[in-house]
Design a protein around this ligand. Structure first.
Ligand SMILES: [Fe+2]
Length: 226
């Protein structure tokens, strides 16, 4: 049976926050981000007419490996979910960071060579990309701890923190491509689904995109042409 969003939220919080007051502590920002990803995925999945409770559950648990380790959160999250009896749901812990399940399309530079990379590569290659994967990937790139925002604002935040790497131009172009693909499928703008998205964020999306492109240029990696 699929995990419910209620079970996923309980699993996310267990051993991390005892009361919701603790969610405001700096160390728990990732939990707030995870809640935002689940809530955002629920709305997008509803628009697609697919199982919105399952999409929310996957959003809540996508970063659950951060309970164990931040740098190794993808693989640790996968093992944690398998150990807790959710082998199918465990996949989102590995797929969420890689646009279209492509191991090269990850923020913060390519995954370091080694056993873990080989495992992730093999795993991604063995799975068929699902709409749930794509939804969580875009939600991860639209959710700050403070709530849902534009892809542009969130990417600016990510690239400012994680830096510009050789694969950043491809990551950026494919993130934009993923948003456009989902919007074409839906027949509407993703941003129009969210009443709580700040107007100032939407209005500054073009400016944020320009700032990203300048950052990439300044780091001397060229924007790849589509
Ligand atoms: Fe995340």
């Amino acid at each position: 049976m699929r995990i419910t969003s209620k079970e996923a939220l309980e699993l996310l919080k267990s051993g991390v926050v005892e009361s919701d007051d603790e969610l405001q502590e700096a160390r728990n920002k990732w939990v707030l981000h995870s809640i935002c990803v689940g809530d955002t995925a629920r709305i997008i999945a509803y628009a697609f007419g697919i199982d919105e409770d399952y999409a929310a559950a996957l959003g809540y648990i996508h970063d659950i490996g951060r309970k164990i380790s931040h740098p190794r959160h993808a693989i640790e999250g996968y093992h944690y979910m398998v150990q807790n009896g959710y082998p199918e749901e465990a996949s989102i812990c590995l797929t969420h960071s890689f646009i279209d399940n492509n191991i090269h399309l990850v923020a913060g530079g390519e995954v370091e060579e080694g056993e873990t990379k080989e495992f992730i590569k093999g795993y991604l290659g063995s799975r068929e990309l699902s709409l749930y994967d794509n939804i969580i990937q875009i939600c991860d790139l639209m959710c700050l701890p403070e709530g849902v925002t534009t892809l542009e604002k969130r990417l600016l935040d990510i690239y400012s923190r994680k830096g510009i790497h050789s694969n950043t131009p491809a990551h950026y172009q494919n993130a934009i491509g993923l948003k456009e693909k989902l919007e074409t499928m839906l027949g509407c703008s993703l941003y129009s689904l969210f009443d709580d998205m700040k107007e100032e964020d939407i209005n500054s999306a073009a400016k944020d995109a320009e700032a990203i492109e300048t950052m990439i240029r300044d780091n001397r990696v060229s924007i790849l042409k589509k």
